[in-house]
Ligand binder design. Structure first.
Ligand SMILES: [Ca+2]
Length: 526
């Protein structure tokens, strides 16, 4: 993805030749204090290396010594403690609104469900639901990957490959195409779909993973993307959003992470140890302001997730490959996927919690990297062990505190500009960029009608979103079918004309940045 043109590329993290991340990360070293002592008692690193001193031949890496392995990430964040309590995410749905999910081993054991494909790929035979880009698959594997369904205790086996919530139901809501192309209207449509269909077929979607964001500076009090995520929040869905990877040049979170109501996630580098003393926040993890910064952080450096062989990210980043199946990637996207898995584990134990309560719990119990520098690390690393082991009544705020949190930040009216929500990121059909108060079908954006319809859960009508057919009409064989888009796009081209292929979509400035697509790199742990 570093091959893409565009003025935002320089803002993204790179670990290429001549640059190591170590130096920059150390400049922002922040030590977690005190509260992590119970976790700190179990230190990985040398001991784990001795216990697993060989590359696992079936995985291609050493699950103990390779500090980005999901086994190690699960240990650091306390997911293993959850498994010991029998919590694996079972019965909790996580909607991954992203670039699709490839059916690679590790994501074929029965816990991945295809929701609608709202991406431009859906008009290309053979690409629907799949992930030609490689971003969604990597995150899916972090959230709920597993080679086979197991018992809770089996997920403690270091020779397995498992995501953070291996029994969660991963619902693939594809909005990004093979080259990453996506318009904000497709993301909004995907969020709207989850609100209206999250309880279909026993999916029980309680979490949205949104590792997407634009550089819009529109106030969240009017921004339509902010309205969409808040609407999901009000419908009982915890929206977990990547803060962005532009920390070296940007001091505000991406949109919609900037929205104060969602759970915004930054990346941290745990250095492969449970001990907090060596934890850092990398420079590229977007910092915020004193009034709005990430809420929590999670491991997001050199995370070993599943690759899509031959996909866009894979082809452009061969150095990131590990063995036949995996790739290392760094970003707030990866950290967001870790937190989505954590929230699934929490909601399995406490299904009655509201999104506001979940957010309070994860922040109140976090092991703060950040008592000194919250604009970098928020409340710190989510402490699952503390959260799942203590009486919930002792952890939740009082009624007064709840009221404060509910009444504090203003909610979005949704009546702002769709174009402003895009920031500088625009898709192109080869003729013109999509700009203005217009959706991908060339239909005028009417914020007043949309906010009324989506808050009332009727902006989707079977396969139609805002009156335009965007997906098939109903579940068929456990998946949501695609539909051929009729009519024309914003520049007047026919959606059914031959030229609509994934390659038509120009990879300009938006794709890597909007997906917080992070860095796919070959250096090991640094
Ligand atoms: Ca550490």
């Amino acid at each position: 993805m570093d091959g893409s043109a565009g003025n935002t590329v320089s803002q993204r993290p790179r670990y290429g030749a001549g640059r190591t991340a170590r130096g920059s990360a150390l400049r922002r070293t922040t030590v977690r204090l005190g509260t992590g002592s119970a976790l700190a008692a179990l230190v990985m690193g040398a001991g784990m290396t001795a216990a697993h001193a060989a590359t696992d031949p079936t995985l291609g890496y050493d699950t103990g010594a390779d500090k980005g392995s999901l086994y190690n990430v699960a240990e650091v964040v306390g997911a293993h403690d959850a498994y010991r309590k029998g919590l694996t995410g079972k019965g909790v749905g996580v909607a991954l609104i992203d670039t699709g999910v490839a059916a690679v081993p590790g994501l074929t054991s029965g816990n991945v469900v295809n929701g609608p494909d709202l991406s431009f790929d859906s008009q290309v035979p053979g690409l629907a639901h799949l992930d030609g880009f490689g971003h969604g698959t990597h995150l899916a594997s972090i959230i709920a990957g597993r080679d086979a369904a197991g018992t809770p205790s089996s997920y403690l086996d270091a020779t397995r490959f498992d995501g953070i919530a291996p029994d969660a139901t991963l619902v693939n809501v594809k909005v990004g195409a093979t080259d990453g192309a996506v318009d904000v209207t497709q993301v909004i449509a995907g969020i709207d779909w989850v609100v209206e269909h999250g309880q279909d077929n026993g999916l029980n979607i309680r979490v949205i993973n949104l590792a997407y964001g634009t550089d819009s500076t529109q106030a969240s009090t009017v921004d339509p993307l902010a309205y969409a995520v808040e609407n999901a929040w009000k419908h009982g869905i915890v929206v977990v959003v990547a803060g962005g990877n532009d920390g070296e040049s940007t001091k505000t979170l991406a949109d919609p992470a900037r929205d104060p109501h969602v759970l915004a996630v930054g990346a941290m580098d745990d250095a492969g140890t449970v001990s907090p003393s060596d934890d850092t926040v990398p420079d590229w993890s977007t910092r915020g302001t004193t009034s709005r910064h990430v809420d929590v952080v999670a491991p997001g450096v050199s995370v070993l997730g599943l690759r899509v062989p031959g996909g866009t990210c894979d082809s452009e980043n061969p150095q990131a490959r590990v063995g036949d199946r995996f790739a290392r990637a760094s970003g707030t996207s990866q950290a967001t996927a870790v937190v989505s898995g954590e929230v699934a584990l929490i909601l399995q134990q406490y299904p009655y919690l509201t999104p506001d309560q979940v957010k309070q719990l994860v922040m109140n119990t976090a092991s703060g990297i950040s008592s000194t520098l919250p604009i970098f690390g928020g409340s710190g690393l989510v402490n699952l062990n503390a959260l799942l082991s203590n009486p919930i009544s002792a952890l939740l705020k009082t009624v007064g505190g709840l009221l404060n949190s509910l009444l504090g930040p203003a909610w979005s009216s949704g009546n702002g500009s769709l174009e402003a929500a895009r920031g500088s990121f625009h898709v192109s059909d080869g003729t013109s960029d999509l700009q203005g108060e217009t959706d991908i079908y060339g239909n005028a954006w009417n914020p007043y009608a949309w906010t009324r319809q989506t808050s009332g859960s009727y902006v989707w009508n079977q396969g139609d979103w805002r009156g335009e057919q965007m997906a098939g009409t109903w579940w068929q064989s456990g998946a949501w079918p695609t539909a051929v888009w009729t009519g024309t796009d914003w520049s007047g081209a026919s959606w059914t004309a031959d030229p609509w292929t994934a390659s038509t979509w120009h990879a300009s400035t938006w794709h890597a940045s909007t997906w917080h697509a992070s860095t796919w790199h070959g250096v090991g742990w640094y």
